[in-house]
Write a protein that binds this ligand. Sequence first.
Ligand code: PMV
Length: 318
Amino acid sequence: MQATAIAQPNIALIKYWGKRDIARNLPAVGSISITLSDLYTSIEVQLDETLGEDSLSINGVAEQRSLPRMSACLENILGTERAHARIISECNFPMAAGLASSASSFAAATVAAAIAGGLPLSTAEMAGLAGRASGSAARSLYGGFAELRNDENSIRVEQLCDKDAWPLRVVVAITESGPKHTGSTDAMEISRQTSPFYSSWVAQQDDDLAVARMAIEQRDFSALAAIAEHNCLKMHSVMWASRPAITYWNAATMRCMETIRSLQNEGRGVFFTIDAGPQIKAVCLPEDEEAVAEALAATSGVQSTMRCGLGDAARVVV
Ligand code: PMV
């Protein structure tokens, strides 16, 4: 009745923004992501009939705010009659700051809960269940490059390319370490209801996905760079035009984008992507990683940088 699982966060190159069905947490658009190495969340789920309620600790500290969402995730997997659980989470990177900690948390929780509950679920089934808790979590059930397709009534995730088949590197520039001002679930809904660009964002997504899929298949870095930056800026344009406007960037985020433009002008293989937070993720070719990391670390307002490669699927820790 106890299991521990580990999952790595993933970052979307073609983004998910907006829900088709809020109750079932179905995304309005498909997405393509890379699962990262080095950063991780490990979650132990201890199911215990003697407990009167669930508890959650994160890095040794009791956490109430995230508990209802975690309990709902377990309930969705194990049913309402399940035993209560002690949920012990360890995360080695800043949480709720636009670094996809919800993806790794809910992916790890899903795998740990399924094993603790003795449920022999397939990866596809676990991806579906993780996606109910956090859309992006479904993608962390797969390593390397993954695509989430949003069918009418469900989601389907598949691996597009193994991490070793195209071993890109990622430099993350942290420009602010506090939690984000608006969670992505609320922000997406504001965009859906108010942004005049929302419907064209949704309408264009299949074309962006097709371009990115082809770039990955052909290992065409420049093509992937162009479509990923375009898709990221389009998602943030949808947010900026929402009412109230949703802006996750700060001045250092902008300066990092300028740094990356300069590196590109020098011929470096690098592109940026930014999620629901002010951090910059610079995806680069291995031979350019050193120059990218140095340039971002020297950019004014960057507090720290982290480097990683592409990571593995969520898995049980034995
Ligand atoms: O899965 P959520 O609810 O944390 O939303 C993820 C939203 C983005 O990170 C901005 C984009 C994405 O596809 O991961």
